[in-house]
Design a protein around this ligand. Structure first.
Ligand code: XIL
Length: 300
């Protein structure tokens, strides 16, 4: 196959990208998106601040633009993200009691997942719930503070009820190799499985740079999560300077893990990357294929 999406599909995987609604009017952007990718993630448009900026007032316009585009093209859609400490509107942070946070979380999950019911392949139900570094501790957030450790499992149970057909993922970064943070996520997933809590997948963001390159045990780490009985997905891949060998290794690692169901890169073109100065993606600012593109395509 001669596109990322088609080549991945031949291996039973998807190949996706993050998309920004306000770029869907640019012909070259759309042409590249439509030609190469068969899954999309809204880069910002499905975050809490975008969808529910004030309590119980929902704005689905920009997210719907991405969903409509994806559906017209027959692409899968990853929902990103329901419960996250960041890009969270102030009103949520100001909720003073556990009951208020719980009902706001339930309403957000019900309204958002209800709006897209049956249309989302996988939802990142909870994003980035753990601290960086060696503590393995939970990250401080209004959810953690008001609801305690159980908030993650609560969110997944709410999510399963809201859309029983979506795969429910936990998603995080700096969990790509075996380290204290990924061990903490591993223990969470194992515990949730033991509790019969509804978790289907773990997302590995895979934002790499010179300080934090692709870990040598990347594949082994994906495999140990898969061995817990969940799918794994590479959800936000970008690599500083886009080295071909690093992109190949990530691709090969996913293909080597039977339950690695797909790869998403965090943007179509370097010029709109959240780290554009690092040129971390597969297409340059003129939508030319970079060496990393060819490396991924030949690894698939
Ligand atoms: C980033 C977007 O790419 C930026 O446009 C935005 O300003 C900040 O968020 N982890 C995530 C993503 O889960 O949602 C983040 O996306 C990158 C890090």
């Amino acid at each position: 196959a001669d596109t990322l999406g088609a080549a991945a599909a031949e291996k039973g995987r998807y190949f996706g990208t993050a998309v920004a609604a306000n770029r869907l009017g640019e012909a070259d952007y759309v042409a590249t998106l439509n030609r190469e990718f068969n899954s999309v993630t809204a880069e910002n448009e499905m975050k809490w601040d975008a969808l529910e900026p004030s309590q119980n007032n929902f704005n689905f316009g920009n997210a719907d633009r991405i969903v409509n585009h994806a559906q017209q093209q027959g692409m899968d859609i990853r929902g990103h993200t329901l419960v996250w400490h960041s890009q969270l509107p102030g009103w949520v942070n100001n909720l003073g009691s556990a009951d208020q946070v719980r009902s706001a979380m339930r309403n957000h999950i019900n309204q958002v997942m209800g709006h897209y019911k049956g249309q989302i392949h996988s939802w990142d139900v909870v994003n980035e719930a753990f601290e960086d570094g060696n503590s393995g501790a939970r990250r401080n957030s209004v959810f953690q503070q008001r609801l305690g450790n159980g908030y993650i499992e609560e969110a997944f149970r709410m999510a399963r009820e809201a859309d029983p057909n979506a795969k429910l993922c936990y998603n995080d970064y700096n969990t790509d190799g075996q380290n204290a943070k990924s061990n903490a996520v591993y223990n969470l997933v194992r515990q949730m499985k033991q509790n019969g809590a509804p978790i289907d997948c773990v997302g590995f963001q895979s934002h790499f740079n010179q300080q934090s390159p692709v870990p040598s045990d990347y594949q082994a780490n994906l495999q140990r999560f898969a061995d817990l009985g969940v799918d794994v997905q590479i959800t936000e891949l970008d690599i500083q300077n886009a080295p071909s060998d690093s992109y190949s290794r990530v691709t090969q690692a996913c293909l080597a893990v039977a339950r690695c169901t797909g790869i998403t890169v965090w943007g179509v073109t370097d010029k709109y990357s959240w780290r554009s100065e690092q040129n971390p993606l597969l297409f340059d600012g003129n939508y030319n294929k970079k060496p990393a593109y060819n490396a991924v395509l030949s690894a698939l």
